[in-house]
Design a protein around this ligand. Sequence first.
Ligand code: ADE
Length: 247
Amino acid sequence: MKFDVLTLFPEMFEPLKKSIIGKAEEKELIQIELINIRDFSKNKHKKVDDTPYGGGAGMVMQPDVVYDAYKAIKAQNAKVIYLTPQGKTLNQEKVEKLSKEEHLILLCGHYEGIDQRVIDEIVDEEISIGDYVLTGGEIPAMVLIDSVSRYVEGVLNEESKNEESFSQGLLEYPQYTRPEVFNDKKVPEILLSGHHENINKWRRCEALKNTYLKRPELLKNVELSEQDKKILEKIKKDVKCEEAPLT
Ligand code: ADE
């Protein structure tokens, strides 16, 4: 999968070269190309913005510079996404949908924004990462690349993917590792039992409980089995997951 990023601050993307996304790039599972919009300024001072027509605070990115940067990308079937608080809010369903695309062009705005004419000319979709305003589209673009890349074949190991499909739409169950006792707190006994079926039932119950207690609104988008519904009833009555799924 290819990501072309149109940005005034390519150096901000350095953190993406680390960890899982960095490895995915090394393995050529994904490609991240950073295009510095400033390189396309025809101005001798490499200016890319100007004051807004009609007055007002701040500067606006000029349409011709952004357009020339866009035209330099060899794009046949690419989808152009503009990261902006005005866009539809990104969620996991949208992330999964975007991962089916072969080529995404991400346009990062700065200052007061980008001249509307070039947005109208090249953008297919506007995406926000949440109802708050950041100083630019770079962090949102990184959020999008990171979340979408997780769905690209080979980026995550198979086991993580299986676990994710198991808990689809629910929050995660809690995880524990060595030591067995930490500050007098013991790892739940069931995880030491070696009984995989019971462990899976316990984890499903904990995921249901986490979701019910922390983000109950997510439950309406989850396909619940009859067993899940029974467990949820017990969770509501405060029954512990050590007991709820096993009775
Ligand atoms: N640019 C500034 N704030 C943003 C946000 N919340 N989402 C996407 N792009 C942005």
